[in-house]
Design a protein around this ligand. Structure first.
Ligand code: ADP
Ligand code: ZN
Length: 765
């Protein structure tokens, strides 16, 4: 209540009545100032304004018209009525939506994400609600865009801005024609650059008479249930008891590779569907293969698969289908956790250890933690499945916060593959020329191929040579915008930065001293492919990494070829380590298990362990058995040793005490602040200031927070910006958020400097 207005003018009884019965809308914006701010609701809009709709409101002195999200309606008798100052509010000008864009429970989820990850709620809502829904895509459109036939030849001569090439690329990646709005939404641009491209004839627009586009969900041939083994049955029973009693529980389903986890998910979801409810299944993007889709579509009538190649209109269409309750199972990557299921019954997060579940831009949420909160809020079970659980999840299962479901054996009693290490130190000595394939691996590959088996080779580095160095002066060619070495790509003979899009023709002489004998070293997948082709000249090989798998559908096609047996050797980056189930793969070779082992990140050992274990799990899936050979310079490293023994518990037993000693997660909570600027001194200066404010805030709030840094980030410079960072830790959950929120409100913006707060950071570079 506004005290002032009450006392200034003695109120008459009828006025008092009126003032006592006010209604206000709390409105948040998706850009600065983010708010939220309160607005009064005029009587004629009282029924139209609900939480989750958009409104137009006046902002600031000039009463600039702004579009905002109503996140709450507060009245004189609401619990938090005292947080509103009803005497001084400007009225809402206009209501945009007839129905809320997001359900009440999704709005609650948005509030939690906003508080936990310290991100404005308007930004969170725009992450949850797809742009196609906000812009009402899918309504009738007449124009469809496509590329002209001669685009390939013209593109070489035309001068294009970064945005323009992005638009053309987006269009070229889709098999369908797009409406201008779909294209603009998907690229994230206005209509301007698209119409410029049309004028230049680089985009062709064709008028078509169409009704609203639909994207039917195709059915699949039915498959019968498999008889479960006892471990699977026990796991299923425990999950189902929570589905039946409408209660929340988080399960860690710890099952070795090939133990039949997916079969258990499917059976649990069947129960959920029987109850008329929906399930959400989250998988890493790369696992959204036809194989995964088929497995679900063969068992359920209405499955929505949300992958990153959907157009804005397709995404919007799925969203509406899900919101209307027409979909039984939603399968998707990270953001599918925001699916607007009206009556959620179960959430599954498969490969829960996977790094892709954490978003690397604001809101920097982790889908696992969001899923945990959503499942608790909607009182449904959550299953976290993995052969190599993150230590965060594993520790929670030890502490009995999560129930553990163990699948200790592969299905049909198939044995886990035998794993041997090859000591590269010994192998390297005495040979004139370095070969990425050791003698032993080579002869095993020969045996496998002679037996008509298939081979998978893992090398987690793309490109040809990962280092271009001058032997005379030692100069290493680096990206001018990022402080990292350029990778030589043989295709197109270019040197490329793997962080930004910077590319130059590979230098013929040192760019520093001019010495003509430049050295290309460091092994990437392109070079591995060449070496393998030279060693096995008549064997069909397929390389799989982000360079070869750019077009939508290429991943599917490559896997289909491998499944048919047309490809005998599949080599690639971690892309090939995930979820593939090919019974004829009888040999897996890890070219270098150490690529990630020595990074300045306390999770380096965990990531190496999990990558090697996962790729090893790609073999021995049929009756023919399987072998794994792991090449390493560190055969005694605890993570490598544990991986070769399929010994998750052994790994956890050595790793957890170390984490505990240093207060690292899962025993401590962390936040990271990264400060970026094109001017190094400014970044440094602002980082120092922020650190000071954080320490002050911690003192004032009596919170015990440990501040490490600020210092130069391991990636000193990225995309032209210098980077400083600091790491904050605390043993008390939520204390970091309180201190950071306090400090954040006092940080004054400095021109040309940005900072980002990352709660529970995964990326330390
Ligand atoms: P995971 O997800 O644990 O790696 P999957 O669920 O992919 O394992 O199962 C591996 C293979 O075993 C799949 O081909 C699946 O169809 C099969 N499978 C699963 N459960 C059973 C079972 N009870 N009996 C026979 N085969 C099974
Ligand atoms: Zn770069």
């Amino acid at each position: 209540m506004d005290q002032q207005s009450l006392f200034n003018k003695a109120p008459q009884p009828w006025q008092l009545d009126d003032q006592d019965d006010w209604l206000a809308a709390r409105v948040a914006f998706s850009e600065a100032p983010y708010g939220p701010y309160d607005y009064s609701i005029p009587a004629e809009l009282e029924t139209a304004i609900k939480p989750g709709i958009r409104v137009e409101v006046p902002l600031g002195r000039g009463n600039r018209k702004m579009l905002g999200y109503c996140i709450e309606v507060i009245g004189a008798f609401s619990d938090n009525a005292s947080s509103v100052n009803p005497g001084k509010l400007k009225p809402v000008a206009r209501v945009i939506d007839k129905t809320p864009l997001l359900t009440g429970s999704l709005l609650e989820l948005a509030k939690w994400i906003s508080q936990y990850y310290l991100c404005p709620i308007g930004t969170v809502i725009e992450t949850i609600v797809p742009p196609g829904i906000r812009n009402d895509a899918g309504t009738r459109e007449m124009l469809f865009l496509s590329l002209p036939k001669d685009i390939a030849s013209r593109i070489k001569t035309e001068k294009l801005s970064e945005l323009q090439s992005k638009i053309l690329q987006t269009l070229s990646r889709s098999a369908e024609d797009w409406t201008p709005r779909e294209l603009a939404d998907t690229v994230g641009c206005t209509a301007g650059p698209i119409s410029t491209l049309r004028k230049r004839g680089l985009i062709v627009a064709t008028a078509k008479r169409v009704q609203q586009k639909t994207h039917e969900i195709p059915g699949e041939e039915r498959m019968e249930d498999l008889p479960l083994n006892p471990e699977q049955q026990t796991a299923l029973d425990q999950i189902v008891s929570h589905v039946e009693s409408d209660s929340h529980k988080t399960f860690l389903m710890h099952g070795v590779t090939g133990s039949g986890k997916t079969e258990v998910y499917i059976r649990a979801i069947q129960k959920v569907v029987e109850f008329g409810r929906q399930a959400i299944v989250l998988v890493p993007e790369i696992s959204l293969t036809p194989q995964t889709r088929q497995r679900f579509r063969a068992r359920f009538d209405r499955v929505a698969v949300l992958h990153s190649h959907l157009s804005a209109a397709q995404r919007a269409w799925h969203w509406r289908q899900i919101a209307a309750g027409h979909v039984q199972v939603v399968i998707g990557a990270r953001s599918a956790i925001f699916a607007p299921t009206p009556n959620l019954g179960l959430i599954v997060l498969d490969e829960e250890h996977d790094g892709s579940f954490k978003q690397d831009k604001a809101p920097r949420y982790h889908a696992r933690d969001v899923a945990d909160w959503r499942a608790a809020n909607e009182k449904v079970p959550l299953i976290l499945g993995s052969a190599t659980p993150s230590l965060e999840t594993f520790q929670r299962s030890i502490e009995r916060k999560y129930d553990t479901l163990t699948l200790s054996k592969r299905v049909l009693d198939l044995p886990l593959p035998d794993v041997a290490t090859i000591d590269l130190r010994a192998d390297f000595g005495g040979r004139k020329r370095f070969s990425p394939i050791s003698q032993k691996l080579r002869s095993e590959m020969n045996n496998t191929l002679a037996d008509d088996g298939q081979v998978i080779l893992l090398l987690n580095r793309r490109g040809f040579s990962t280092r271009i160095q001058c032997p005379a002066c030692g100069h290493v060619e680096t990206c001018p915008d990022c402080s990292i070495p350029l990778t030589h790509h043989k295709e197109g003979n270019k040197a490329a930065c793997h962080y930004c899009d910077h590319q130059i023709p590979s230098p013929k002489r040192c760019t520093d001293c001019g010495n003509p004998s430049i050295k290309f070293s460091g092994l990437g997948t392109q070079r591995l492919e060449m070496e393998v082709a030279a060693l096995f000249p008549d064997v069909p090989i397929m390389r799989m990494d982000t360079d070869t798998m750019k077009r939508p559908g290429s991943h599917e096609k490559a896997l289909a070829n491998f499944r048919k047996g047309d490809t005998k050797i599949l080599l690639g980056t971690q892309m090939i380590a995930k979820g593939l189930d090919f019974p004829n793969v009888t040999l897996v070779g890890v070219i270098n298990a150490d690529t990630a082992l020595h990074l300045p990140d306390f999770r380096a050992a965990e990531r190496s362990f999990s990558l090697v274990t996962q790729v090893a799990g790609r073999t021995g899936r049929g009756q023919r058995g399987g072998r794994v050979l792991v090449q390493t310079f560190n055969p005694d490293n605890a993570a490598i040793v544990a991986a070769t023994r399929h010994d998750y518990l052994g790994f956890a037993k050595t790793e957890l005490p170390q984490r505990k000693m240093f207060g690292y997660p899962p025993f401590g909570f962390q936040a990271r602040i990264v400060v970026r600027s094109e001017t190094e001194t400014r970044a440094d200066h602002v980082a120092e200031n922020i650190a000071k404010l954080v320490k002050q805030s911690a003192d004032e709030l009596n919170a015990r927070i440990n501040v490490l840094g600020p210092s130069v980030a391991p990636m000193e410079k990225l995309r032209g910006k210098y980077r400083y960072h600091m790491l904050l830790s605390s043993s008390v959950p939520r204390q970091l958020q309180a201190v950071l929120a306090h400090a954040d409100s006092r940080i004054k913006p400095v021109e040309g400097v940005q900072y980002a707060i990352d709660i529970d950071p995964q990326d330390m570079m």
